[in-house]
Design a protein around this ligand. Sequence first.
Ligand SMILES: [Mg+2]
Length: 454
Amino acid sequence: MSAHSKKSYILHIDGDNFFASCELLRFPHLRHCPVVVGRDRGIAVAFNSHAKKLGIVRAMPIHHIQKQFPQVTILSSHFELYKTISHRLVVIARRYMDTVSLYSIDEVFCGVSTDDVLGLAKKLQQEVYTKLGITVSIGISQTKVLAKLATSVQKPNGITHITIENRRDILSRIPIEDVWGIGGRTASKWRRRGIHTARDFADIEEAVIQREHAPVRELYHELRGVSLMKLGGDGTEERQQSFQSTESFPKSGERAFLFSEISRHCEILGARLYASGQELGSVHIYLKDEFGNYYSQSSAVSSSSQTDKNTLTSHNSTMQILNTIEMLFDGLYNPKYLYKSTGVTFSIAKPKKCKDVPNTMQASLFGGFSSTDTASEVLGGSSLSEGVREQNEPRVSTSLEVLKAAVRAKNGHSSIYTGSSGLSLHRKADKRRILAKTDHYIYGLPLPYLGIAR
Ligand SMILES: [Mg+2]
């Protein structure tokens, strides 16, 4: 099959009711009941289709929902869980697509050349459901704007391909305010000019559009099937330059606890960095004391250690980066102070092709690779034990996130902390045992250990 026979497409993948779907992985028995996410925020952040049918809308106050719809189950949000699922979605998409770029936590744009784009989309959709337990809707077309519009045509679990043949028909059914980039205010301006649908907009004479601002012109051409917006992805994307993970907790001056926080952030970032297909350039950590003062420190991570895979095992590379971070930490930490939050930033080094075998250091930061995690494991099975390793999929401990989320849902957000996944503490096994006996934060659980605050 020659490359010339393949056509290029842009795909938009969108998680259906994403936050609610992620929460329902924890509470599968609620799948057919109305569920709203947002207890912790006081407003509806997300909801499933059953809640939507009742008339619940985004940002509706929770106390209002409780009063008016007592049958609705209200859940708290758990962004770490959503991020984990989001990154796994990207990893799956990378296996099918030539370029993948994360647009928002539950939306991905992809580019691919293939002769069976529908078949490919179906397989991807199926794998996401099997592995992650959530459904996605997929839009296919020639431009980003059309692909994003296509996704909205059939939801949930839909696949819509906007082609030259069906384009004007589909556009005629889309109100102007639903076009990506046209807000309510702009939409009423267009409506006053007699432009009510996406098709009306695409049918405007080109000479008239020339008088508009550049973003409007770009949108116009994109709707007409001329791809102008950068797809993103490998090489062409404005890549994310850094990744950050932070969290606050009840005041603590305990070194073991604070460092476990720091190394946990490193693991989260390791997973995100891996999903982005980029290499680590430098690390930055901070501690914030009880009075709100920040103490921070950065360090470059030597790139030679990342490329010289023959001399450095993954364990050594991980140790190296954790050594660096521990040095930074000890430079900041003062045992006389109480701290209330920590954070870590990973800045990227240079672009890296996403289909490369991930470099050993970043891989091991979050515990190796496995594609054995299935929906049932996400639902709370035991993936804490090591599964069969396969290449190219990060093993993000989703079930740990689920477990953690469940404990937090019961006992409050600050009731539980995840330590690093043992690897970081492995070299100090003797010290760790002592801590486990004396430190009231740490129970001797296997890897990764959980520290439970009292
Ligand atoms: Mg969505």
